[in-house]
Design a protein around this ligand. Structure first.
Ligand SMILES: [Zn+2]
Ligand SMILES: [Zn+2]
Length: 171
């Protein structure tokens, strides 16, 4: 894999540095991680490295399309090395779990906008929002608890902190 990464960097005329190599490895190992998560992975792999160095490496890799940055509204950017196929993402509203999802129809129909307004479009970012299986399971369990304790007012009150705890977890 290291040879692969080295070649990719060289093909793009980029200097091969330990930080860039480690950042590419980290992105490959943990798709859809944030820059902060990747920083700790890079540190675990090659020791002391500044947060800025990892951010810089990510910026260069994104610029050269070796890494793709996915920006979701209201959250930190996430990075992945699956580039150039215009795939989409499925994101859990509750815990942020992110999965890749292929184009709904064929290869890249989303790039053919109905009206391009004179733009040359090179990427269409589609995000499917929802609730992941783990969060659905958790919600189903606590709903069951709520119904069971509903008959008496006292028990319903007792069950309330549980519901709050679930809400806290969600944000
Ligand atoms: Zn979830
Ligand atoms: Zn992806």
């Amino acid at each position: 894999m290291d040879n692969d990464i080295r070649q990719q960097l060289q093909r793009h005329g980029l200097q091969v540095t330990a930080q860039r190599m480690a950042t590419m490895r980290a992105v490959a190992a943990r798709p859809h991680a944030t820059a902060d998560e990747l920083t700790s992975d890079v540190r675990a792999a090659i020791g002391t490295v500044s947060r800025q160095a990892v951010y810089d490496a990510l910026a260069i890799l994104v610029q050269n399309k070796l890494v793709r940055r996915i920006q979701t509204p209201g959250s930190a950017g996430r990075y992945e090395d699956r580039v150039g196929d215009n795939h989409h993402h499925l994101i859990c509203r509750h815990c942020g779990a992110t999965s890749d999802i292929d184009c709904a129809v064929g290869a890249t129909p989303c790039l053919t906008a109905k009206e391009a307004h004179g733009f040359e479009i090179d990427e269409a970012e589609v995000i499917y929002w929802g609730r992941c299986p783990a969060c659905r399971e958790a919600a189903a369990v606590s709903e069951k608890v709520d119904t069971r304790t509903a008959p008496t007012a006292k028990l319903a009150t007792a069950a309330r902190p549980r519901r709050f705890a679930r809400d806290d977890h969600r944000t």
